[in-house]
Design a protein. Structure first.
Length: 251
């Protein structure tokens, strides 16, 4: 089953690469068919086999010989690994389907933000819609009301905190980041939303210092914050209960 889950992950990951390339250009993600971004040649099915096609073609387009970004196999592999982690935690439960969807969207968010310093609204809206549907499904399954208060508090606290930071920093925090942290707070509820914000700042600070020390980025260079929010969400979802339990046990 693990192998099947990984295969599912890398197949979805191949589609994520399409989204990463096309959404910033405002192209359709289903049509037209996949094509080489260098020469525009439509790709055959054997050019689109996740990971394997990249290896067989030695990282080059089979038509024009242009270099293919290693982003493609990395995204596919990462999505496959995340699906395995989610399967190990939730098995074949609605949680696996929901969080697999969210994790995949967050990969798209992270890579687009890294390349373009934007987070398309459609991605944040998709997370919010998926979270609402998930809450309704759980309510039906468990016979209990969706804890909408906790979710709304998570959204409001997260969004307003980042909005305040954006105002104080005079725009250093982007609008996409504010929307992203808000919709993820909606999914997590207010308690884990607080942890999510804290971890995003920790990851942002540590990784930014690393990038500055090794001169990967300069002091005046913009460092996208979206990937830190996404990483913090993954950690909060997978191990948030343990982290909060450990923290509360200190006092």
């Amino acid at each position: 089953m693990i192998v099947l889950i990984f295969l599912l992950g890398i197949i979805v990951g191949s589609f994520l690469n399409v989204c990463i390339y096309r959404l910033p250009k405002k192209e359709g993600i289903v049509f037209p068919d996949s094509y080489c971004p260098m020469c525009g040649t439509p790709l055959k099915w054997y050019n689109l086999i996740p990971i394997i096609s990249f290896i067989v073609q030695k990282g080059r387009c089979g038509y024009c010989g242009g270099n293919i970004s290693p982003q493609y196999p990395i995204v596919e592999f990462l999505n496959g690994i995340l699906y395995i982690v989610l399967y190990s935690k939730f098995r074949l439960h609605v949680n696996f389907l929901f969080y697999g969807t969210i994790f995949s969207i967050l990969i798209v968010v992270s890579v687009i933000d890294l390349y373009h310093q934007i987070i398309p609204d459609i991605l944040n809206i998709s997370i919010l819609v998926a979270g609402t549907i998930y809450g309704i499904i759980l309510s039906i399954q468990l016979g209990a009301l969706f804890n909408i208060i906790a979710s709304l508090l998570g959204l409001i606290i997260s969004g307003s905190t980042f909005l305040l930071i954006a105002i104080i920093s005079k725009g250093n925090m982007g609008g996409g980041d504010i929307k992203l942290i808000a919709v993820l707070g909606f999914i997590l509820g207010w308690r884990k939303a607080l942890l999510n914000m804290f971890l995003s700042f920790v990851f942002g600070a540590v990784i930014s210092i690393f990038l500055l020390l090794f001169r990967v980025r300069g002091r005046r260079d913009a460092i996208p914050f979206g990937p830190f929010i996404c990483l913090a969400f993954v950690i909060t979802l997978l191990w948030g209960d343990e982290i909060l339990g450990w923290y509360m046990g200190i006092f």
